[in-house]
Design a protein around this ligand. Structure first.
Ligand SMILES: O=c1ccn([C@H]2C[C@H](O)[C@@H](COP(=O)(O)O)O2)c(=O)[nH]1
Length: 191
């Protein structure tokens, strides 16, 4: 590992291959990571995200954890009224050959976890990267009494019928409307 120490103005930068611990002014002024964190006139960051955006971001991130193909990759994130996570899952997370596991879909996994910790879906919102295509998942959403599903895409040919069935049971279905790009660079791009 190589470590460099350098002075720029009064700020010391210590760099190694993995990280930069302090930043000089030039770095702060020219690096997009820092530019995005600038404050607006009210003193708040200009780019902070809402709960709604956060929850869908989590569902999409869980999708990225799925080892399955793009057609079958899915993430599901369930929150309560106070925006706390109740359960989450991604497709392929569980082995569907296990005794009480009839499928490995993201929604199934998340609802199974919710059931195992004895939580009800009442007043909870389910964020999912895809509207469910599977009858078992839809049945479990209804049984869990989830209040609302927010989905990113709907590839389900019977999606409208399934939504009608869910809505009759009091489950509101809403397509997520992306308003902005949200990304986090996990490279160490600060130096
Ligand atoms: O979490 C998931 C995973 C898959 N689906 C969709 C995608 C497929 O068209 C069908 C069937 O998938 P199988 O893995 O062959 O059972 O379900 C989904 O909705 N949610």
């Amino acid at each position: 590992m190589s470590i460099q120490h350098s002075f720029s103005g009064s700020i010391l930068c210590i760099r190694n291959e993995a990280s930069v611990f302090l930043f000089d002014k030039e770095t702060i002024d020219h690096n997009p990571y820092h530019q995005a964190k600038q404050l607006g006139p009210t003193g708040k960051r200009l780019d902070y995200i809402t709960w709604h955006q956060h929850h869908m971001f989590m569902a999409q991130t869980l999708k990225e954890m799925s080892p399955l193909s793009e057609e079958k990759a899915c993430g599901c994130y369930i929150v309560d009224q106070e925006h706390y996570q109740i359960a989450s899952g991604f497709s392929g997370q569980l082995d569907s050959s296990e005794p009480d596991i009839s499928c490995s879909h993201a929604i199934f996994v998340a609802l199974l976890r919710m059931q195992r910790v004895g939580k009800s879906g009442e007043n909870c919102v389910m964020y999912t990267s895809r509207f469910p295509e599977c009858a078992e998942c839809i049945k479990r959403i209804r049984e869990a009494k989830i209040s609302k599903i927010v989905y990113w895409v709907d590839d389900n040919d019977d999606g409208e019928e399934d939504k009608d069935v869910l809505e009759i049971d009091g489950v509101t279905c809403e397509k997520y409307s992306p308003m902005r790009r949200i990304s986090i660079d996990f490279h160490d791009g600060r130096g």
